[in-house]
Design a binder for this molecule. Structure first.
Ligand code: UFG
Length: 339
């Protein structure tokens, strides 16, 4: 049995990865300050250390208390818009925390590191779908912070032999198909949960950010990838790092859907209307962002199981309908509920 440290393991993607690790029998220690994460998203039988990874003493205590076979680092600021209002905070927090966690891992003799990275590395891409050879040209401080974090890991590999995988997520979406975990951001800025909230009357009507893009229906196209498929990609790269080199992968379904198509899917799945209006473009939104997942498929055998947009939306809908106020809607964590 292996033991992994998961920073940010109470957050949206992190919690789905923790669940997948626990289900296959790995031991997990979660470090999360619960600013964005939820205690209820961590299985009741999983160690949760409530601390900020920027707290060097707390981090040292964690590495002194346990020996880890690998580290998965999710704890980060992750809002593109916010990063353009407070770029220095994003650059410093996301870079420094990645370096601090990597440094602690190196000192503890830990050899495997997985970084939660982003499609925002690519800015306005020159070609589509975007493969791993595409130029890194972030157009936000958030994207830049992850580019710098990846560069830090390149040095950690070159000098210390810390092998790392950086997974550049496209649009993480959906929820655990068994309903144990879901998406619960505060504030929520993502299209699918906002559309679902609008349809359920739990939030305001949705504003479609622009209908004048050079796409077939004029709205932006994105690559929505199911969070459980994302979790599977993490487990695969973690295993491959045991005796393989450092890797960088784009993680998406390889197919794009427009904002209008997403709204149609929510209406189809739920049988309800999504109240919405048309607004101006949101600053910084590229027209089309679609991943090439060829390298990930070829090298790790990853195949998305929930690739269909309706499947993604269905799981997100089911969780939100069962948890109208998010994790606050229930008292027990996923393990307790599953039992
Ligand atoms: N959108 C709307 N109305 C809304 C919210 C979103 O029309 O109220 C549109 C956006 O303009 C975009 C699409 O829906 O075209 C998806 O928007 P999200 O905010 O859900 O996701 P983004 O594509 O903006 O962001 C995602 C990740 C980021 C990552 C980025 C890479 O959430 O972490 O992709 O560009 F950095």
């Amino acid at each position: 049995m292996a033991r992994f440290l998961v920073t940010g393991g109470a957050g949206y993607v992190g919690s789905h990865v923790v669940l997948a690790l626990r289900e296959r029998g790995d031991e997990v220690v979660v470090v999360d300050d619960l600013r964005q994460g939820h205690r209820a998203a961590v299985p009741a039988d999983t160690e949760l250390v409530v601390a900020d990874v920027a707290d060097s003493r707390a981090l040292a205590e964690v590495f002194a208390a346990w020996r880890f076979d690998g580290v998965l680092h999710f704890a980060a600021l992750s809002l593109v818009g916010e990063s353009m209002r407070d770029p220095l905070r994003y650059l410093s927090e996301n870079l420094c925390n990645t370096l601090a966690v990597a440094d602690a891992a190196v000192k503890a003799g830990c050899r495997r590191f997985v970084l939660s990275s982003t499609a925002a590395l690519f800015g306005n891409p020159e070609t589509t779908p975007i493969d791993e050879t595409a130029r890194l040209a972030p157009t936000s401080a958030y994207g830049e912070s992850k580019r710098m974090a990846e560069a830090g890991l390149d040095w950690a590999d070159q000098v210390h032999g810390l092998r790392s995988a950086a997974l550049r997520y496209f649009n993480a979406a959906g929820a655990d198909p068994q309903g144990r975990l879901g998406e619960d951001h505060h504030p929520e800025t993502h299209l699918i949960p906002l559309a679902i909230n609008a349809a359920l009357g739990l939030g305001p009507e949705l504003t479609v950010f622009g209908t004048d893009y050079p796409t077939p229906d004029g709205t932006c196209i994105r690559d929505y990838v199911h969070v459980t498929d994302l979790a599977d990609a993490h487990l695969r790269v973690l295993d491959a790092l045991e005796d393989g080199p450092s890797v960088r992968y784009n993680v998406g379904n390889g197919q794009g859907h427009s904002v209008r198509e997403v709204l149609d899917a929510v209406e189809r799945v739920s049988g309800r209307r999504v109240p919405h209006s048309i607004g101006p473009r949101r600053a910084g939104d590229p027209a089309v962002l679609v991943a090439s997942n060829e390298r990930l498929r070829r090298e790790t055998g990853w195949v998305p199981r929930y690739a269909a947009l309706d499947d993604i939306v269905r799981t997100a809908w089911a969780w939100r309908e069962a948890h109208p106020r998010g994790y606050d809607s229930r008292r027990q964590g996923p393990a307790a509920q599953a039992a």
